[in-house]
Design a protein around this ligand. Structure first.
Ligand code: FCB
Length: 506
């Protein structure tokens, strides 16, 4: 597996809603400037958490939005995303079990400052406030994840009703506010008990996941119109099993690609479970995709970029959409790889069962040199692995539609961390986030005009949160979280996004 050991692995591999948008008439008519903010007062005097919200007057924010006059299709799903371990906290509440991220973050030296998700943004307790903020911003869609260890504390057996009840309350609260729930079944918080029996290296974990998915579908299925199976299998593979700076902290490439197969199998088995319930809800994978460009025109760079694309993109797209692994990646890994030996008869049929949509998560491009290394071309964000290149959004969206057919697409993550600070006047000015979101949405708009059936877009993230090994050091939210008090403050990007949603245009 030459390239695996030679190439400098990316810290974070990059990624990618209803099909009615293709060919939509996206007129670039000027958009009337939004009037002064009309947000309702969110404070509920009976709710102490709500009283901590600071929804400052939007007019006090600098107007950095430079309207582009680009209208989105009617009913476009404007959204934002979070994941359970990153926002919920309440690590021991209501019978929640331990996950691999509890173990990993509590291990000295693993996260920035020893940060853990024990409290995070305390969303488990403050979700009513957070729901009100979503409504005030005008979100139409909210993507969150369900914590497997809340539903099955030890990873198997009878579901924990108190854990399921939290998600029932959350989903009901979304519907009450006219926001469509989009739930991810697995955003990396594997029950520790399953890690103890081999985790994703153990094929049985995929079957445990199918049982867990069934329990969730039985409890919530009718209320959740869109399900996502596994969030970014590539990040588990690369960061969890090759680089080792995510849970479970392994550095074993041969195990890593077997893990990829079992994550794919888990996806396919969950799809089958949903179909078996007779549900009409839709389901698909959530993949972080990175456009891989040759660093120069040399045939060697072109070939290296092609193989790099195999490891970054096709290894995750092909099994689901074509029922096969990319031949170049399999050849590079060799015939005796644990991946090659781990594929059982029928697995690829399970994995490639038709899905209803593809969730794409886009953060950064990759430039590949003739020797299989990478180069930086564009300025990075505070996250040094992230080069800011909005054009990559257009390239990856049009590429998946071209290569994998007109499956409906939702962008379930896109965003950046910025050095946000609470100013003396109580505002948070994140002009860099406004510019980033506007430019990436412009690229998404062009992709729609080019025929990509993009139905929705979710900013990562709704709230500042626990950014894995970076702990609370990186702020990715539209909403600032003052961790010592858990006070929420809408950043200028949230005010900007509210106007975008109200106008259905950037
Ligand atoms: C993605 C993850 C998400 C968050 C963003 C910044 O890879 O899915 O949880 O960490 O990156």
């Amino acid at each position: 597996m030459s390239i695996v050991t030679r190439r400098r692995l990316h810290h974070r591999a990059a990624s990618a809603g209803a099909a009615t948008t293709a060919g939509a008439d996206l007129t670039a008519t000027p958009v009337a400037p939004a009037g002064p903010g009309t947000a309702p007062d969110t404070a509920d005097p009976a709710d102490p958490a709500s009283a901590t919200v600071d929804d400052a007057d939007p007019d006090r924010h600098s107007d950095t939005d430079g309207r582009l006059g680009l209208r989105f299709p009617p009913d476009f799903g404007w959204g934002a995303a979070t994941s359970a371990y990153q926002v919920e906290g309440a690590a021991k509440d209501d019978g929640r079990g331990e996950s691999v991220w509890d173990t990993f973050s509590r291990t000295p030296g693993r996260t920035h400052g020893g940060d853990t998700g024990d409290v995070a943004a305390d969303h488990y307790h403050r979700y009513p406030t957070d729901l009100d903020l979503m409504r005030d911003i005008g979100l139409r869609s909210y993507r969150f994840s369900i914590a497997w260890p809340r539903v099955q504390p030890d990873g198997s057996g009878a579901p924990n009703q108190r854990g399921l009840d939290f998600y029932r309350r959350l989903v009901d609260g979304l519907h009450d506010r006219g926001i469509t729930p989009m739930a991810t079944l697995f955003h990396w918080d594997l029950p520790q008990a399953l890690q103890d029996t081999g985790g994703w290296e153990n094929r049985d974990t995929a079957y445990r996941f199918a049982d867990y998915a069934r329990a969730v579908f039985d409890a919530l299925g009718a209320q959740v119109p869109v399900w996502l199976t596994v969030n970014e299998p590539k990040t588990v593979v690369q960061n969890g099993y090759i680089i080792g700076h995510h849970a479970p902290g392994r550095q074993d490439p041969d195990a890593a690609y077997l893990v990829a197969h079992h994550l794919h199998l888990a996806h396919g088995l969950a799809v089958a479970q949903l179909r078996d319930t007779g549900s009409t809800s839709r389901i698909g994978p959530a993949l972080n995709l990175h456009p891989c460009y040759p660093a120069d025109d040399s045939p060697a760079s072109v070939a290296a970029a092609r193989l790099y694309d195999g490891y970054e993109n096709r290894l995750y797209l092909d099994p689901v959409f074509t029922g096969s692994y990319p031949a170049d990646v399999l050849a590079d890994l060799g015939p005796d790889s644990r991946l090659a030996r781990g594929i059982h008869d029928g697995d690829l049929e399970t994995i490639s069962a038709p899905v209803d949509l593809l969730a794409v998560q886009y953060y950064t491009p990759i430039y590949v040199t003739a020797t299989g290394g990478t180069e930086r071309r564009w300025p990075t964000s505070v996250a040094t692995w992230q080069q800011i290149f909005p054009e990559g959004m257009y390239d990856i969206l049009t590429r998946v539609t071209r290569d994998y057919g007109p499956v409906p697409i939702t962008v379930t993550e896109n965003g950046l961390p910025t050095p946000d600070a609470l100013a003396a006047d109580g505002t948070v000015d994140d002009a860099g986030r406004v510019a980033f979101l506007r430019d990436h949405l412009a690229a998404a708009h062009r992709a729609i005009a080019a025929g990509v059936p993009l139905e929705s877009y979710h900013v990562w993230s709704l709230l500042d949160n626990f950014e894995w090994e970076q702990g609370y050091d990186q702020r990715w939210g539209l909403i600032y979280v003052d961790y010592p008090t858990q006070r929420r403050v809408l950043k200028s990007s949230a005010h900007w996004y509210r106007r975008v949603i109200a106008d259905n245009a950037i």
